[in-house]
Design a protein around this ligand. Structure first.
Ligand SMILES: Cc1cc2nc3c(=O)[nH]c(=O)nc-3n(C[C@H](O)[C@H](O)[C@H](O)COP(=O)(O)O)c2cc1C
Length: 105
């Protein structure tokens, strides 16, 4: 499979997580491209079998690139296997986010 791993990050933690995910996918002998969401705006998702998106929460919100990418590519994201990885601090009192998971089978 050919898989896109894209991410938004404010302090770099989510980039490390996304790279780790990309490395594991590569180890499984899949073709993988790792891109910041900001550089993935014009990407043709039709070239991929699956897409992983990662973003982190700051003051209750993901980076604008997350929503912009998701809405710009909503149709194609609906057609391919996809995974969203929310990344947040485990500190108490922070906003809860949904867990990561694959969908689109
Ligand atoms: C200024 C600031 C605001 C944050 N706000 C939230 C928040 O509202 N909810 C949450 O779960 N985590 C929050 N966090 C924790 C970040 O999501 C966490 O540190 C994450 O690892 C940052 O990833 P990044 O370096 O890829 O941006 C905040 C962190 C900072 C520095």
């Amino acid at each position: 499979m050919k898989i896109l791993v894209s991410y938004a990050t404010s302090e770099g933690h989510t980039r490390k997580v996304a790279r780790w995910v990309a490395d594991r996918i590569h180890e499984l002998d899949h073709s993988v491209e790792l891109l910041p969401l900001a550089d993935a705006k014009d990407v043709d998702l039709g070239r991929y079998d699956a897409a992983v998106m990662a973003g982190s929460v700051h003051v209750g919100h993901y980076q604008p690139d997350v929503a912009e990418f998701a809405s710009a590519h909503a149709t194609q994201l609906g057609r391919c296997l996809r995974c969203f990885c929310p990344y947040r601090s485990p500190r108490r009192g922070m906003m809860q986010t949904t867990g990561a998971g694959w969908s689109g089978f």
